[in-house]
Structures are given as C-alpha cells and as structure tokens.
Design a protein around this ligand. Structure first.
Ligand SMILES: NC(=O)c1ccc[n+]([C@@H]2O[C@H](COP(=O)([O-])OP(=O)(O)OC[C@H]3O[C@@H](n4cnc5c(N)ncnc54)[C@H](O)[C@@H]3O)[C@@H](O)[C@H]2O)c1
Length: 319
C-alpha cells in the first residue's frame, strides 16, 4: 500500500545539529505529514519541535512534535542522528566508536522494543559501523537499515568535478566508495559527465585526482574547524535517502549497506552504489573498478571489519 507523504510519519532520533537540520529539511521538502522528534535531552527535542512547527506555518502543513518511542514505532522511517561527536578536528571518526555504540544501541533497542517496522536511516558516526550495529540490534533485514555513508562525500566530489569541468554537478556521475572516513576512495575510473569518462574528457589536461580526493576527504574537517560541527551536507544526504524511500524512486546512490560478496567482500557495511526505493536498499551495484581502486576498497573493508570486531569484543567484555 503506498502511503502519501501527508499520511507518512518520519521519526528523527537525536535532535542536535544534524537531527534538527534533518527535521527542518524533511518539513521544507514536504516528505512527511508527521515528523516526531526524540532526544535524550527532552527539552532540546521540544524546543526544536516548536521552532520547526512555527517555521511550518510558512510552509506546507505538517505536524511536528517532540514524542516518545511508542510514537516513533509507527513511523515508516526513523532517521537516527544520536551519537558521539568529535571533540577536535584531529580526532578520527573511528575513535568515536564505543561512545556512539552505547547511544545507538539504546536508541535502536528502544525503537525495536516499541515494535518499529519501518526503515532506519542512520547518520551517527562512525556511520558504517553504526549502521551495522543498528542492523544487528534491530534484527531487521539489512536492506532496511541504511547508513548515509559516502553520499555526502560523493556530493562533494560531484560538486568539485562539476566546477572543474564547467558542468552542473547533477550531470556528473561520480562515487566515493568504502568507509565514510579516512580509508574512503574516490573512484575516478567510474566518473563521467555527458556519458564520457572524466579521464577521457580531460585527457589533454589530466585532473589532479590525488588533490581532489584529498579535498573531498578533508571537506568535513575543514567545515568542523570553522563551525565546530557539520550539519547541512549530512542532513541533506539523510533527507535525500528518505525522499528515495518515500517516492519509491529506485534511485542509485552511494549509501552504506551490508555487502554480500561484492568484490569478494561480505558481512561488512560500507558504501557502494545502491538502488534505493520503498523497501530500502533493493540492490547493491558492483561496477568494474580498476586494480588500484579494488585494492583500496578491500583495504577500506578491512579497516571496518577490524573496527567492528574490536567493538564486538568490547561488547562481550561489557556483558
Ligand atoms: N555521517 C556523517 O556524515 C556525519 C556528519 C556529521 C555528524 N555525524 C554524526 O552525527 C551524530 C550527531 O552529530 P551532531 O553534530 O548532531 O551532534 P550533537 O551533539 O549536536 O547531537 C547529538 C544528539 O544526540 C542526543 N543523544 C545522545 N544520546 C542519546 C540517546 N541515548 N537517545 C537519544 N538522543 C541521544 C544528544 O542529546 C544530542 O542532542 C554524531 O555521531 C556525529 O559524529 C555524522
């Protein structure tokens, strides 16, 4: 049964910088008639709900309120942004793992216990590990637990390439793959504009791929240094995933999903181009990579596997 956006409820769990921006963008983009906000800090959730509710008087009508897990349980999508944050730009996303895991475990545990049957979109960092944890704790099929992954990095890559090539970033197809973090890779062999590989387009004047990739990788940190957090990029990524789900788009986007043998990798969440629709991740694509990209993707998977294993060991010590 298709549910029109006005009947649709989306829950946003964690209403800090990222979550409040997600809720605001969901409202402006008219993706849900009901948006329920939850945060461990109930006053914060209530204040953000009121602020967005008042903004909504100037937009298409939606109901926005601060609620509880019983109300979130009937949502068709839960966007989870509750998590630990970096204290300094020098801290790696992976170092947040234990603190974030405790938070994500409690949110997903409460959501599942309340009978949630929708799709989880998660942005909490380290996002690949947190998506995998959410999948494991919820017991939901992997396709219904989606990490924002490298969608935001890929948007940055497309934006940079668009500027260099003098074309609209929307007309650039380019993917950052692997971990959303230090081991990610920009797959230049796949990058295209106007159905022409970017490398062929610039054969006479090759792009400095290392510098572009570095720029993409550091973009989040540069923003963090300037404003103390990042919000609009990742929130737009989470909302774009919600949009593909709401409209059953079957859009191809790089998001974090559980690999099942692609490139010989399985049992780990990382970003590859995925087909996203009403059921979540419908399919994971494995485009042909060059040897160096393949080696780096496998190395990225190994980093995530090791972090996931360390988290599992820490959890079993906790028990
Ligand atoms: N994936 C990405 O690209 C990306 C980008 C930016 C931030 N992030 C991550 O998103 C998360 C949120 O970042 P932020 O800047 O909004 O942080 P923030 O500190 O502003 O917000 C986090 C919120 O989570 C809430 N919270 C903590 N424990 C909770 C719990 N058990 N239940 C419900 N709410 C709880 C806190 O009260 C806080 O309001 C972090 O993990 C951050 O690293 C991811």
């Amino acid at each position: 049964v298709s549910v029109t956006p006005s009947d649709r409820r989306i829950a946003v769990i964690g209403t800090g910088h990222v979550g409040s921006t997600v809720a605001y963008a969901l409202m402006l983009r008219e993706l849900a008639g009901e948006i329920v906000l939850l945060d461990a800090n109930a006053e914060l959730a209530a204040a953000e709900a009121h602020d967005i509710e008042h903004a909504n008087a100037l937009a298409r009508r939606a109901r926005i309120w601060a609620g509880d897990y019983a109300e979130a349980a009937s949502a068709s999508i839960a966007v989870i942004t509750a998590g630990a944050t970096m204290n300094t730009a020098a801290e790696s996303r992976l170092s947040l793992v234990n603190r974030s895991a405790a938070i994500v475990r409690s949110c997903v545990g409460a959501l599942t216990a309340a009978g949630f049957g929708g799709i989880i979109v998660i942005a909490s960092n380290p996002v690949d590990i947190m998506a995998q944890l959410a999948h494991e704790i919820s017991g939901m099929p992997a396709g219904r637990v989606i990490g924002t992954g490298t969608l935001v990095d890929s948007a940055r890559l497309r934006s940079l390439l668009g500027t260099k090539l003098g074309v609209d970033p929307q007309s650039v197809v380019a993917y950052v793959l692997g971990e959303h973090g230090d081991s990610e890779l920009a797959a230049f062999s796949l990058a295209q504009a106007g159905a022409i590989p970017v490398r062929a387009l610039r054969a006479h004047d090759p792009l400095d791929e290392v510098a572009i990739e570095d720029d993409v990788r550091r973009a989040g940190l540069r923003i963090f240094e300037g404003k103390g957090y990042t919000s609009f990029g990742v929130a737009s990524a989470a909302v774009r995933i919600c949009e593909a789900i709401v409209w059953d788009e079957h859009a191809v986007m790089p998001v974090s999903a559980l690999l099942t043998g692609q490139y010989g990798i399985s049992g780990v969440y990382l970003s590859l181009p995925c087909v996203v629709g009403a059921a979540g991740v419908d399919r994971i694509m494995a485009p042909q990579l060059d040897d160096d990209e393949l080696r780096r993707l496998r190395a990225s998977a190994s980093v995530l596997e090791a972090t996931h294993a360390a988290l599992r060991d820490a959890q079993s010590v906790d028990v």
